[in-house]
Design a protein around this ligand. Sequence first.
Ligand code: HMH
Length: 198
Amino acid sequence: MAHPDAWRAAVSHPFLEQCQQGTIQTAQFNTWLVQDYLFVVEFTRMAARLLSAAPPADFDVILSGLSALKDELAWFREKAAERSLNLNAAPQPTCEDYCRFMRSLDDQPYAVQATAFWAIELAYNQGWQRHSPMPDPYAEFADRWGNPGFTKYVSLLEAQADQALAAAEVTFQVDAEELFLKVAHLEKDFWQMAFEAD
Ligand code: HMH
């Protein structure tokens, strides 16, 4: 991993630690939940763009991701309803920054999009997994991104990104490394945004 410190900050944050300890405040968790739903809506669009840029050999993994995102969006709506949260909320500036970043990849080559997509999924896989198990009501959240099936999916995304990058021009390989660092910062900021909610 090229940026170990930045990555560590992306996948271990007081927000996750306090979920694991059961001490996270409801306002903090609910802020994360609503903003992450808004994030996932944009991430789903990014997945669709990734599919449209992908070689057919990579379709299966991306389609399985899109199918999982269909379930995930429904699950977010269920969790929000249980907590009486309004998902028509405005994105906070930090969430908006992340969404803008994802949209900015639109015209990038497949190798770059695939690397960013993998990094984004890896961040949640490692972040939730490293803070597992969590007590209820957070257990199902930790499990969603920390379960072994999700880890497997992330490793398939990595293999596809690696293969595309190996075939790409060196300048795209540099872009991909910068993207990884950018994702690390955006992830840390996202946790911090939720953590600061009151
Ligand atoms: C902020 N990063 C963020 N939210 C997510 N749901 C994921 C990554 C993984 O899909």
